[in-house]
Design a protein around this ligand. Structure first.
Ligand SMILES: [Zn+2]
Length: 400
């Protein structure tokens, strides 16, 4: 169904150039951006005077099955079907925050795959989802209760094949305490089948990079030699500072244990902890954006805190660089820079309208007024709306 929308006025974020420019007009035609420039009105006209149009945001690290306000192990092991209700809530929250692409890096069993399908089928408003299926970890490893547990190179290889068979877009490997041989088995298998690998590496990052992973989550305190290897091999970093920041800031109100809050405050105060990220960035390592939403005290609509902290730590110097990380760089990480991540004719109509001047005030990122995902209006007047079934279904998939 072809449907035109023209957005004119205000400013727009040029993700390629990393700057704000006046918005001469953007025409959305069905699922794509048909035209950017001095356009006549076509279809519905939206006056963006005083507002900002940006490409849809990419939250490339999150967990839709987790609600952001419950203990991970408790909800993973005991919530059963309730996890699928949480997925729905997570999808809505994410898209209401302007997220049009979400990389789910592990939930419980098949939750990431279900979220992806529910969004594709138009059952619920939400961003496009990429998923790792189940994350892979060793027996007793990090978040073992939701993961595919695998030990030894053969089992790790099999676990990798299983995720790809089930439709994983990425492999998420909990590198913690895996041997180099086990890490290599995963990466070799995934790459043989054309699927990239990311890892929650922590202090095992050196091994993970050696094994050939494509991306590292959370970052860490890397020395110069490791930074150089990360850069040389073209490995991406998604820093995810939000759990530390938001647990320190809001943990008390959300009922988090004082000992956890104290630890998070100490981590925030320890600048050395984040110097590795700053060094990596300055050395030319590529960064994308992710909040680790679904983690305790990190709801799926919390975007601003991550952006502010990246600037505060000096990982990025300019606000425009953070916005690039959250748009075009993200698209590059997932190999979709030809089809999304910036406001250019021919790209997918993943577009967000913010009610204010983002160039003047970064917190305007929270004033999401409208969101289109593949041209489908998912958020109107700041609230998610039910997708129109006619945008998703044709009678070719309904028995006559
Ligand atoms: Zn995570």
């Amino acid at each position: 169904m072809s449907r035109h929308t023209t957005i004119t006025g205000g400013s727009m974020f040029d993700a390629i150039g990393g700057r704000f420019v006046p918005n001469p007009g953007i025409v959305l035609d069905g699922g794509v951006i048909a035209q950017v420039g001095d356009v006549g009105q076509r279809g519905e006209l939206i006056d963006a005077t005083g507002k900002t149009v940006i490409p849809g945001l990419m939250n490339l690290h999150g967990h839709l099955a987790w609600d952001g306000f419950s203990d991970l192990e408790g909800q993973s092991r005991h919530d059963g079907p309730m996890l699928y209700v949480k997925l729905a809530r997570g999808l809505i929250s994410a898209v209401e925050a302007g997220v049009t692409t979400f990389r789910d890096l592990g939930g419980v069993h098949d939750t990431g795959l279900v979220a992806r399908q529910a969004q594709r089928d138009g059952l619920i408003a939400g961003p496009k989802v990429l998923t790792c299926g189940r994350a892979i970890c060793r027996t007793g490893g990090h978040i073992w209760y939701g993961n595919r547990v695998a030990d030894g190179p053969d089992d790790v290889r099999k676990a990798t094949r299983e995720q790809i068979r089930d439709g994983a877009d990425w492999i998420k490997l909990m590198a913690h305490a895996y041997t180099l041989e086990e890490l290599r088995a995963c990466v070799e298998q995934a790459h043989e089948q054309g699927v990239p690998v990311t890892t929650d590496a922590g202090v095992w990052a050196a091994n993970a990079v050696e094994a050939g992973v494509d991306c590292i989550e959370h970052g860490g305190d890397y020395d110069d030699a490791l930074v150089e290897r990360i850069r040389e091999r073209g490995v991406w970093i998604v820093p995810t500072l939000s759990p530390v920041v938001l647990q320190a800031r809001n943990g008390h109100a959300w009922g988090l244990k004082q000992s956890v809050i104290d630890r998070r405050n100490a981590q925030l105060a320890d600048k050395g902890r984040h110097e590795g990220l700053v060094r990596a960035r300055k050395a030319g390592v590529r960064f994308a954006f992710g909040t680790d939403s679904g983690s305790p005290v990190v709801p799926h609509d919390a975007i601003l805190a991550e952006m502010q902290q990246l600037l505060e730590f000096g990982v990025f110097e300019r606000e425009a660089e953070v916005l690039q990380a959250a748009t075009i760089r993200g698209a590059e990480l997932i190999g979709q820079e030809e089809r999304t991540g910036s406001l250019e004719a021919g790209k997918a109509a993943d577009v967000v309208l913010l009610a204010g001047d983002l160039a003047a005030d970064l917190s305007v990122i929270e004033r999401v007024e409208r969101v289109w995902v593949d041209g489908r209006p998912m958020v109107v007047d700041g609230a998610a709306r039910r997708p129109d079934p006619r945008d998703f279904r044709t009678f070719s998939n309904v028995g006559a």
